[in-house]
Design a protein around this ligand. Structure first.
Ligand SMILES: CCCCCCCCCCCCCCCCCC(=O)N[C@@H](Cc1ccccc1)C(=O)O
Ligand SMILES: [Zn+2]
Ligand SMILES: [Zn+2]
Length: 504
């Protein structure tokens, strides 16, 4: 009888301890030693899986289009804000998460961690999209329809998938009583597709005014590339560590107008056409060997069959050959040079009038080893015609190269999470973001800017971004949620690289 009594007491005490542990953990007072033990598995119920894909479909149905710097669908941008409140109620009602609306439509979440000694990090995404005229789409671009296991629509890859996956992963963690140790920010921009100067830039200024520096940030623009490089049979997770710069130039020629029956020897159209043609036919110099690409190829070398593996391992010898091979393909060409794209051309008012003015716009994406100034000088030399005026519409240098060594927290966390969620992916390599993103507005608050979307991308998917038939498989979206769910937890528990053990 006495034995039963003691046992009963012990059980009651254990129960009490359990209640204490739960109560304190919910308030964030859990000790460090408990954190490792309380890792939450990234397993989702059938009901949760259905809810997460329906949430993404709903987001796609809101036409948050940025048409130009001046024009966007503001009704949809506001509706998007209400929508995320509705589908992620726990994110908005948790006391250690602060939510702020910036410049009317962008969102900043501050998730307060329990350990202030850990430097915070930041997750970035944007929910505005480029326009999507219905022609050519298999399903209407704002229908969010599911077909053959894919969710279709504008923004499914760029970049509502990330917006929704970040909030979804956080919602699922919070429902499971998760309390982060490391603080983090979630910044969701509403105007990335037209520069990010109202959303990302303002969020960045707000954080700077608060004296915040983050250890690293993760943004869009890189994927697990599959089938992009001939002969490379395996997928390659590319974590981009820099972003190209940009230069938008307006070229203008003014000439005296007149009657077309007695034309001058040269017209504004002819002069301008010759100038832009020279630009197109004179590619910017091949910069292979400078920037992170050499490092990338050296890491990829072992994955290629003979003799490519030998060639890539000996770039000191085969550099000229590899640099020429890279420029042959229009995608790998983007990695070796500043690209030149003629994007707009306007002239003429009537068929029998010699036009007074001709204008063309050229969009350059600047290689990480060049600057705006250097590209401008090259352009002047190529155009080599004083009658062609050059007006800089927009210009910024490439982003500095973020660290990818053993000590680089952001890079290593991404690498570790890629390896656990995609065990079939053997290659994780640093890369270059060839487009521009909101992250360029955050260079003052971090030296660790990484671009990675945990989604497989094949060449045909690449053309759907800003093109037609953009879609994501339900399974790929679930995996993206799972990736962020793991990444957030890894950021708490990461203890640095495992030291190399040298055998004697
Ligand atoms: C091992 C294989 C390597 C193969 C590399 C392949 C590279 C493919 C890269 C895919 C990139 C997808 C890009 C998605 C993000 C696009 C972001 C974007 O479109 N930003 C706009 C921003 C902008 C710029 C100028 C005016 C307004 C907005 C952009 O045009 O850059
Ligand atoms: Zn984007
Ligand atoms: Zn885009």
């Amino acid at each position: 009888m006495a034995r039963w009594y003691v046992c009963g007491l012990a059980l009651a005490a254990a129960e009490l301890l359990l209640i204490f542990a739960t109560v304190f953990s919910a308030k964030g007072l859990r000790g460090k030693e408990f954190q490792g033990a309380s890792r939450i598995p990234s397993q989702f119920s059938e009901e949760e899986r259905v809810a997460m894909k329906e949430a993404l479909k709903g987001a796609i149905r809101i036409p948050t289009v940025s048409f130009s710097h001046e024009k966007s669908n503001t009704t949809a941008l506001a509706e998007f804000g209400e929508y995320i409140h509705k589908v992620f109620p726990t994110v908005f009602s948790t006391n250690f998460i602060q939510h702020e609306v910036v410049e009317q439509y962008s969102h900043l979440f501050t998730v307060q961690g329990s350990d202030p000694s850990l430097q915070p990090y930041m997750l970035l995404a944007h929910f505005d999209v480029v326009p999507a005229p219905e022609e050519g789409w298999e399903v209407p671009p704002f229908s969010g329809l599911e077909r053959d296991g894919f969710i279709h629509g504008r923004g499914t890859l760029d970049n509502k998938n990330s917006v929704m996956a970040i909030l979804q992963a956080l919602e699922l963690l919070l429902i499971r009583n998760y309390i982060p140790q490391r603080s983090f920010f979630i910044a969701l921009g509403h105007d990335e597709e037209v520069s990010g100067t109202r959303g990302a830039l303002k969020i960045s200024e707000l954080l700077q005014a608060r004296g915040i520096q983050v250890a690293f940030l993760v943004d869009e623009c890189s994927f697990i590339f599959d089938g992009f490089i001939p002969n490379l049979k395996k997928p390659c997770a590319m974590v981009s560590v820099t972003e190209k710069g940009a230069l938008d130039l307006l070229l203008q020629v003014n000439m005296t107008p007149g009657h077309s029956s007695a034309p001058p020897k040269e017209t504004s159209i002819g002069i301008l056409a010759a100038a832009v043609s020279r630009l197109e036919n004179t590619p910017m110099p091949n910069m292979f060997g400078s920037g992170p690409l050499k490092m990338t190829l050296e890491q990829l070398a072992n994955e290629f069959p003979f003799p490519t593996n030998i060639v890539l391992k000996n770039l000191w010898l085969f550099r000229p050959l590899v640099s020429r091979l890279m420029e042959r393909n229009y995608i790998t060409n983007t990695l070796v040079r500043t690209t030149t794209a003629l994007t707009m051309f306007n002239a003429g008012v009537k068929v029998n009038v010699i036009p007074p003015v001709a204008q063309a716009s050229v969009n350059f994406r600047i290689h990480p080893a060049q600057t705006v100034h250097e590209v401008l000088e090259l352009v002047k030399n190529i155009v080599a015609d004083d009658r062609v005026q050059l007006h800089v519409l927009r210009a910024f240098d490439p982003l500095p190269i973020s660290p990818s060594d053993d000590k680089a927290l952001g890079y290593q966390l991404l690498r570790q999470t890629i390896q656990s969620i995609f065990p079939e992916v053997d290659i994780v390599a640093p890369g270059i973001c060839i487009a521009n993103t909101d992250s360029r507005h955050y260079t003052n608050i971090t030296a660790g800017i990484y671009h990675f979307n945990p989604v497989y991308l094949q060449p045909q998917d690449f053309s759907s971004i800003h093109g037609i038939n953009e879609k994501i498989s339900v399974q790929a979206y679930e995996t993206q949620v799972k990736f962020i769910f793991e990444l957030i937890q890894n950021a708490d528990t990461y203890t640095g690289p495992v030291p190399h053990v040298h055998e004697l």
